[in-house]
Design a binder for this molecule. Structure first.
Ligand code: PGA
Ligand code: ZN
Length: 427
C-alpha cells in the first residue's frame, strides 16, 4: 500500500524546472518518475502548470509540487499500489476539468507514472513486464522513429517542418536499428559540415537545420541515407512531423523559410508532392489541429500509402481518437502520457487505436529527462513504435539504451521490425 507521495523540483534537458515524484510504499519500495515538457503543444492537452512571474522564465513548478504533496498525496495514501486505475481515478476526482487546470498535467503525470513504477517494483518485475501483465498485452521491442534534423519550435523556427526522421523497418533487430541510425546521423553531419552548414544541434539532438528550403532538408536526408550505404526506401524510410498547427493561422499555412502562403488544399498538394518524390512512410500532424476537413481530405487521399499520425490533433485522448476514426481523419495516434495526464487515460487512448487497427507511437517530449518510462511503456503495450528524438544527448540516448537492456531480457526476436508499417506502401 502507498505510504506517502513526495514531489521535488528537478531540471529538464532545456534547463527548465520540472516535477519529480516518489511514491513510497509501506514496505519501503519506491517508485519514481519525472514529468517531461512539450514546446509545440496541442491546445487540448493537459495543462503544464507553471508559476509564471519573472523568476526562472516564469517556468517554476512550486504550485504543481504543492498539489502533489498536498491533495494528491492525501488521496493516494493507503491505496493499493497495484490498482493503477483506482489511483488515477482518485487523482482525476480532485480535478475533473478536462485539461487538469487545477492540479497541472505535470503534477498528475509524474505521480501516475511513479505509481506504475512502484507497482512494478513491488511485484518484483521490470516496468515493461508489469505494463504487459497488468493490461494483457504481448510485449515487443518497438520500431524507433529517430530524428536526424530538428526544426520548427525546437530550432528557433529555422525551418518550418519540425522533425525530419528516419525509421529502419528493414532492420533485423533493435540493435541493428541503432547501428544504421548512427551511420545515417553522422553521414548527415558530414554533409552539413562539407556545405559549411554545421551549426550544432536542436532541442532533441537532431542537427540544426541550416537550410534554404524545407525540400533541401529532405534532399539532404536522402543524401545522408545514401552516404550511409543504404538505398532510401529499402531498409530505411523517412518519417516527418510537420507539426502544422505551429505555422497555421486563420486557415492559412505560412512557410516562413520559403515565404510561401497556402490554403489547406495547397498544403495537402505540397505534402502529396513530397510523398511522391521521397520514400516517406509516416507523417505526423500534416494539417493543423483545427483543420478537420484538411486532415480528413489528406487521410482520404494518402491514408492507404502512408501512416498518418495525430499528435496535436488527438492529444492522447480516447474520445478524440474515437471521433477521428468516425470522421476518417488519421490512421495512427501518438501516445504522450503527459498529454492525457495519467497512465490509465493513455492506455485507454492506446486501446481505442488498437481496436480500430490503427498504429500507435509512444512518444517523448522535446523537454526530457533521465526518465525511461516510455521505453518500458512502448515495450509493455507491444504498441510497435517509439519516438524519442535524435541520436545524441543523454535524455534521448537513455531511452534507446534502455530498450537495448530490455532486448537482453526479451531477446532480439521480440523486435517488431517493419510490422507496424504493414498498411503503408512500405509493407
Ligand atoms: P513537443 O514536440 O514535445 O515540443 O510538443 C514533440 C512533437 O510534436 O511530437
Ligand atoms: Zn508532433
Amino acid at each position: 500500500h502507498i505510504k506517502d507521495v513526495i514531489a521535488r523540483r528537478v531540471w529538464d534537458s532545456r534547463g527548465h524546472p520540472t516535477v519529480e515524484v516518489d511514491v513510497i510504499l509501506e514496505n519501503g519500495v519506491v517508485g519514481r518518475a519525472i514529468a517531461p515538457a512539450g514546446a509545440s503543444r496541442g491546445t487540448r492537452e493537459a495543462i503544464d502548470l507553471r508559476d509564471g512571474g519573472a523568476a526562472l522564465q516564469g517556468k517554476n513548478v512550486v504550485q504543481a509540487l504543492k498539489n502533489v504533496n498536498g491533495p494528491i498525496a492525501a488521496a493516494l495514501r493507503g491505496r493499493n499500489v497495484q490498482d493503477q486505475t483506482g489511483a488515477d481515478s482518485a487523482i482525476l476526482a480532485l480535478d475533473p476539468s478536462p485539461l487538469k487546470k487545477a492540479l497541472g498535467g505535470n503534477a498528475t503525470v509524474a505521480t501516475s507514472l511513479a505509481v506504475l513504477h512502484a507497482a512494478a517494483a513491488d511485484a518484483g518485475c521490470a516496468l515493461w513486464q508489469h505494463v504487459a501483465e497488468q493490461n494483457g498485452f504481448t510485449p515487443s521491442l518497438p520500431l524507433p522513429e529517430i530524428q536526424i534534423f530538428g526544426g520548427g519550435a525546437h530550432a528557433g523556427r529555422r525551418v518550418d517542418i519540425q522533425d525530419f526522421m528516419i525509421m529502419v523497418p528493414g532492420a533485423n533487430s533493435f540493435d541493428e536499428v541503432m547501428e544504421i541510425t548512427n551511420e545515417v546521423y553522422f553521414a548527415a553531419g558530414d554533409i552539413m559540415q562539407s556545405k559549411g552548414k554545421l551549426a550544432g544541434v536542436a532541442d532533441e539532438g537532431g542537427w540544426w537545420p541550416m537550410f534554404d528550403s524545407n525540400e533541401e532538408a529532405l534532399e539532404t536526408l536522402i543524401g545522408a541515407i545514401e552516404k550511409a550505404g543504404e538505398k532510401p526506401g529499402d531498409r530505411v524510410v523517412i518519417s516527418l512531423d510537420i507539426a502544422a498547427s505551429e505555422f497555421c493561422n486563420d486557415g492559412r499555412y505560412r512557410l516562413a523559410l520559403e515565404d510561401r502562403d497556402m490554403d489547406s488544399s495547397a498544403m495537402i498538394d505540397m505534402l502529396g508532392g513530397w510523398l511522391d518524390a521521397y520514400p516517406i512512410a509516416s507523417i505526423e500532424d500534416p494539417l493543423a489541429e483545427t483543420d478537420k476537413e484538411g486532415t480528413c481530405e489528406f487521410t482520404r487521399r494518402f491514408g492507404d500509402r502512408v501512416q498518418i499520425i495525430g499528435d496535436d490533433y488527438l492529444v492522447t485522448n480516447a474520445t478524440l481518437v474515437d471521433q477521428a476514426q468516425k470522421d476518417g481523419a488519421c490512421n495512427a495516434v501518438l501516445i504522450k502520457v503527459n498529454q492525457a495526464g495519467t497512465v490509465s487515460e493513455s492506455i485507454e487512448a492506446f486501446r481505442k487505436a488498437q481496436s480500430a487497427g490503427w498504429g500507435a507511437i509512444v512518444s517523448a517530449r522535446s523537454g526530457e529527462t533521465e526518465d525511461v518510462s516510455i521505453s518500458h511503456l512502448a515495450t509493455g503495450l507491444g504498441g510497435g513504435q517509439l519516438k524519442v528524438g535524435s541520436f545524441t544527448r543523454s535524455e534521448r540516448m537513455v531511452k534507446w539504451n534502455e530498450c537495448l537492456r530490455i532486448q537482453d531480457v526479451l531477446g532480439a526476436a521480440a523486435f517488431v521490425g517493419g510490422a507496424p508499417l504493414a498498411n503503408t506502401w512500405w509493407g
